[in-house]
Design a protein around this ligand. Structure first.
Ligand code: AQP
Length: 350
């Protein structure tokens, strides 16, 4: 793929400030994968970089959403950011549709990205497979191009995401590089670096250790939702697919045991340990001992997050204030970038 060679370029020529951008869709209940793959990482980054965390409602409408629920879903994601520990004094939290730059730059990038690049996105292929292809929105196909605009409207340099977003981030880099080249503007956009290393980057379904935990999985038993009760969490972990072997005492013994590896991985991330530490404690024991310990740990860690989310959702005033002020701050960063973009492209200006 010749164009994608640009993914290997380093943003060495870019001399602007380092900045983090990421987002979560208000398209359903957040789950443990979103929490460990994204939210926990956001909190870790807010002390290192200027951070912008978006609730990506323009992405959510690529599939039908109930207009009566969408604003509440947006508040719910913002509440999850706050409950997970994102501090609105440090990081900007806002709704994507409140900053027009996303849509405008998304259109411009539609004219930079190549059909072949977008057609290769495997997430679209997965999401559209088995569905009536004629009836899928153009937006669902185009989603990764808007994602590039989300990041680059702020000239963001780092993007904490789960591993499922790797290919989309490569596309963002390709679009940035092609824009810089096509408009003879070297270093105008940075080539954003994905940050998905580390524990929690890929949490798998509780029902199938080869599939990622996902909001859109029809089985609610496949995921732990952030707002699940303690009882729900315990039941889901008890019924999670496992095998009849004992846990190994060495991580190498998890090879070929996708479900066991996933449950041990979840325990390790929630407890801030390595998988080996977990096996030092539970190796040689069966799931009858391990699953209740995992359930207790998950309830202890997620319970306070869910309580804070419920409190914030019952008082939307606080979340609305955060989103409003975040939208204004985000716009202050994006507006001058868009002025420069229009100039670089050569649009008419008074
Ligand atoms: N299973 C996962 N493990 C680790 N990280 C994950 N993320 C999602 N699933 C996992 C990360 O969560 C962030 C927000 O994702 P999103 O809501 O914008 O959309 P998504 O990636 O499409 O999440 P879902 O749950 O899988 O939704 P559906 O089912 O609608 O596709 C991203 O950083 C993502 O990497």
């Amino acid at each position: 793929m010749s164009e994608q060679k640009s993914s290997e370029q380093k943003p060495a020529e870019y001399s602007g400030p380092q900045r983090v951008f990421s987002g979560v869709q208000p398209s359903g209940s957040l789950h443990l994968g979103n929490y460990l793959g994204a939210l926990v990482k956001f909190v870790a980054m807010q002390d290192q970089y200027p951070c912008i965390f978006c609730v990506v409602d323009l992405h959510a409408i690529t599939v039908p959403q109930d207009p009566k629920l969408l604003a509440a879903q947006t508040r719910e994601i913002a509440a999850a950011y706050l409950a997970a520990g994102v501090d609105p004094k440090k990081a900007i939290i806002f709704a994507q549709s409140s900053v027009l730059a996303h849509a405008e730059l998304g259109w411009i990038f539609n004219c930079v990205a190549r059909m072949g690049w977008v057609e290769r996105m495997t997430q679209f292929k997965d999401k559209s497979s088995g569905k009536d292809a004629e009836n899928i929105s153009v937006g669902l196909f185009d989603y990764p191009v808007l994602q590039a605009a989300d990041i680059l409207a702020y000239k963001a340099t780092h993007v904490p995401v789960g591993e499922d977003q790797k290919q989309h981030l490569e596309l963002s880099r390709d679009i940035a590089a092609k824009f810089n080249r096509d408009f003879n503007a070297p270093g105008f956009f940075p080539l954003p670096e994905p940050i998905y290393q580390g524990p929690g980057a890929r949490i798998m379904s509780l029902k199938d250790g080869t599939k990622k935990m996902s909001k859109s999985d029809p089985s609610d038993a496949s995921r732990i939702n952030l707002l699940d009760t303690a009882d729900d969490i315990a039941k889901k972990i008890k019924r999670a697919t496992s095998d009849s072997d004992l846990l190994p005492s060495d991580v190498k013994g998890l090879a070929g045991r996708a479900e066991a590896a996933n449950l041990v991985g979840i325990y390790a991330v929630l407890n801030g340990q390595s998988e080996q530490d977990v096996l030092n404690e539970f190796g040689g024991h069966g799931f009858g001992k391990f699953k209740p310990a995992l359930a207790d740990l998950a309830v202890a860690k997620l319970g306070p997050v869910a309580d804070t989310m419920r409190r914030l959702m019952n008082d939307p005033g606080e979340v609305d204030r955060v989103l409003k002020s975040g939208g204004e701050r985000a716009n202050e960063i994006a507006a001058p970038v868009m002025d420069e973009v229009r100039k670089v492209i050569g649009f008419w200006r008074p």
